[in-house]
Ligand binder design. Structure first.
Ligand code: 13P
Length: 247
């Protein structure tokens, strides 16, 4: 059976000392998790985390990468560079990147393609804003965002992870209800099935104020295969109980 994946997205948080105590607390509480676990940290800390996580059950992820292979792209980090630090996952198309850095569906699709070419699993984020939801456009928006990735990546689509993150639920304490989340996950699963014979093995994560008290219910839904966790991933006790809920 497909395992669930709980990935922490630290966003722009952390520091050398804080990272070390957070990771040590996490590892101390994680004996042999029944799900996959990953931490997506700011790129400057990836080498520190590579050492702290070595040989343990937690995989390492980045939060963004360049769509280019190499060259004159000041400030960017390539997939090949991430790979050198043992990175297994890279978030692409997070709504904060779409919103604050103008990332388009086409760019996100290219980043996913570059990640796959480098042997990194892209965690492709999709999700609607509050006004899009209120206008009844949720399905249309997430399908458009995922369609771009499917179009660019063809049959390789079975190698990605998808994260449904309703923008209005991120960092707001407002979680989608289990029904709202499952409904969108089922739409995404259907779209993946139409594109790939292996869609059932694609993990579709839910993200947006997932916490220790709502995780078990969200994770019990048939098409919710894990979580992309922001704020709660910075608190070891909370993150551990989300991992525990992902059986
Ligand atoms: P929060 O869990 O803080 O709402 O963040 C979700 C998120 O954006 C994860 O990528």
């Amino acid at each position: 059976m497909k395992k669930k994946l709980i990935a922490g997205n630290w966003k722009m948080n952390g520091g050398l000392t804080a990272n070390e105590s957070l990771v040590k607390a996490l590892l101390a509480g994680l004996k042999s998790p029944s799900c996959q676990v990953a931490l997506c940290a700011p790129s400057i800390y990836l080498s520190q985390l590579q050492l702290l996580l070595a040989g343990g059950p937690v995989d390492l992820g980045a939060q963004d990468m360049s769509q280019h292979e190499a060259g004159a792209f000041t400030g960017e980090i390539s997939g090949a560079m991430l790979k050198e630090f043992g990175i297994r996952y890279c978030i692409v198309g997070h709504s904060e990147r779409r919103q604050y850095h103008g990332e388009t569906d086409a760019l996100v699709a290219e980043k996913a393609q570059r990640a796959l070419a480098c042997g990194i699993t892209p965690i492709v984020c999709v999700g609607e804003t509050l006004s899009e939801r209120e206008a009844g456009k949720t399905e249309e928006v997430v399908k458009r965002q995922l369609a771009a990735v499917i179009h660019t990546n063809g049959h390789c689509i079975s190698e990605i992870v998808v994260a449904y993150e309703p923008v209005w639920a991120i960092g707001t304490g407002k979680t989608a209800t289990t029904e709202q989340a499952q409904q969108v996950h089922a739409v995404l699963r259907g779209q993946l099935k139409a594109a790939s014979a292996h869609a059932d093995r694609i993990q579709i994560l839910y993200g947006g104020s997932m916490n220790a008290s709502n995780a078990a219910q969200l994770l019990s839904q048939p098409d919710i295969d894990g979580g992309l966790v922001g704020g709660a991933s910075l608190k070891p006790v909370d993150f551990l109980s989300i991992i525990d809920a992902a059986r």
